[in-house]
Design a binder for this molecule. Structure first.
Ligand code: ZN
Length: 476
């Protein structure tokens, strides 16, 4: 009797399971190709500021709209985390990948540490091939939210293991981020980028530094990085040297070529403009605008793809949070973006050049003044007051020459002299920054293509991936 009941129950369970499976797959994907662009730290003013800057370069005081900012479907969402009113990229990445809010520093798990389903899972179930592109580390917060599960966003080796175990066909970025040893007694052993790269190769994944090889690879998973030896990021767009092929644009191009060929039933491609956030943490407006422009040219690739695949493509452009509290126009209805057009490298680039000069034994203020003039346009392009020059001179004699403290921009450190020079320059343009970190400002969404009107319902950033999952015919 007992046996009979057991058989009946098992049979029923099997039936339920089959039915469940059928219900899950019943929904056909609405869009065959889905692009998900995330500008890390890209608030409304980073976009508008770039549009004003681009106009200023051409001598206009108006705006030159970026491709995505004119998409017909536009909306904005909240982005706070469970633990903080202001999110970090881990919690925001998790929200954008899983549709669940979590605590800052958590990736792919909820605030209690429970594993969450993500868009990679849904995409795979629904027959899509998955690609992830960033211009920071492939195991940095945003990309790893699409495959990883940990309460510690800095546990980079664990995130590499999660990546290996996930169904991510193509991944591209600057590097694989390493882990330094923890404090004595913590038991945390250092793991180098080279060792992590070896781990990826041993898993049978083609890890390559060759963009073309990555684009043309057939029948195998690909990890494309600019550097597999050390934890080193690609330079800012504004500092890029001629011929450097490791760019967000080229990596996105390679991903599209690979996925168009390899994916039989459509693909899901996430592209993160990660260095945008770095530049904003350093409160470097011009470097930020260059990053936004590069991000927009990656969106151009998706638009060109959509032209060839109309009625099958969806393009979603959003941000995880705002960085820096950038404001446009502190000075009497004025914005003078033309003051910024003589800046030719990032704040970090100026810091490096200065440190080189100091190492060469140069101690004459005039030479450093010339450097600020050559690379940022102070004095040569923007009139600097006596008080402003005095502030810079004080930084030079009291801090710089004495190897004093530096300004911590979270990912990079700048000399006070450079930080203040860039701040003075931005103030002349009537721009200002209110934070070295993130802010709680609403983040934008711009959508183009199949199912776009569904995004008008989004109120919080967690609604975005849920909507994408629905368009895939699945659910998170
Ligand atoms: Zn950040």
């Amino acid at each position: 009797m007992m046996k009979k009941i057991l058989v009946a129950v098992t049979g029923l369970l099997a039936l339920v399971a089959v039915n469940f499976a059928i219900t899950r797959c019943e929904s056909q994907p609405e869009a065959k190709y889905i692009f998900y662009f995330i500008g890390d730290g890209m608030g409304f003013n980073h976009i508008l500021g770039t549009e004003q800057y681009n106009a200023a370069v051409k001598g206009s005081v108006e705006v030159e709209r970026l491709n995505f900012s004119t998409f017909a479907t536009r909306n904005f969402v909240t982005n706070y985390s469970v633990s903080h009113p202001v999110t970090d990229s881990a919690a925001a990445g998790t929200a954008l990948a899983t549709g669940c809010k979590t605590a800052n520093e958590s990736i792919g798990v909820d605030a209690q540490g429970r594993k969450l389903r993500n868009l990679t899972d849904v995409a795979t179930e629904q027959g899509y091939m998955v690609g992830l592109v960033t211009n920071v580390g492939i195991n940095h917060a945003t990309p790893s939210a699409f495959y990883g599960h940990t309460s510690d966003r800095f546990g980079f080796p664990k995130l590499v293991d999660d990546y290996i175990a996930a169904d991510v066909a193509f991944i591209a970025g600057s590097t694989i981020m390493d882990m330094k040893s923890g404090p004595i007694g913590s038991g945390v052993e250092p793991v180098t980028t080279e060792q992590l790269a070896e781990r990826v190769r041993n898993a049978g994944i083609l890890l390559t530094l060759d963009v073309e090889q990555a684009a043309k690879a057939e029948g195998q998973r690909v990890a494309l990085v600019a550097n597999d030896k050390e934890n080193k990021h690609v330079p800012y767009v504004i500092d890029r040297e001629e011929g450097d092929e490791h760019t967000l644009l080229n990596h996105t191009k390679a991903a599209i070529e690979y996925l168009s060929r390899e994916a039989k039933d459509g693909f899901f491609l996430m592209v993160e403009g990660g260095k945008l956030d770095y530049a904003a943490h350093e409160q470097d407006a011009v470097a930020t605008f260059y990053e936004v422009n590069e991000f927009a040219s990656a969106v151009d690739l998706a638009l060109a793809f959509a032209e060839k695949h109309p009625d099958e493509t969806l393009i979603v452009v959003t941000a995880d949070h705002e960085t820096g509290g950038l404001s446009l126009g502190w000075d009497h209805y004025e914005i003078r973006m033309n003051k910024l057009t003589a800046q030719k490298c990032s704040a970090l680039g100026v810091t490096k050049r200065m440190q080189q000069m100091r190492a060469e034994g140069k101690r004459d203020w005039k030479e450093y003044k010339q450097l600020l003039s050559d690379w940022l346009g102070l004095w040569s392009h923007v009139e600097i007051t006596k008080e402003e020059e005095q502030l810079l001179k004080d930084d030079f004699y009291n801090i710089f020459l004495k190897y004093g403290p530096m300004v911590d921009g979270l990912y990079n450190k700048n000399e006070y002299l450079v930080y203040h020079a860039v701040q003075i320059l931005n103030r002349h343009a009537s721009l200002d920054w209110t934070s070295m970190y993130h802010t709680a400002l609403y983040t934008p969404i711009f959508v183009n293509g199949v199912g776009e009107s569904k995004f008008l319902e989004c109120r919080d950033q967690t609604d975005i991936p849920k909507t994408i999952a629905t368009i895939m015919g699945g659910e998170l």
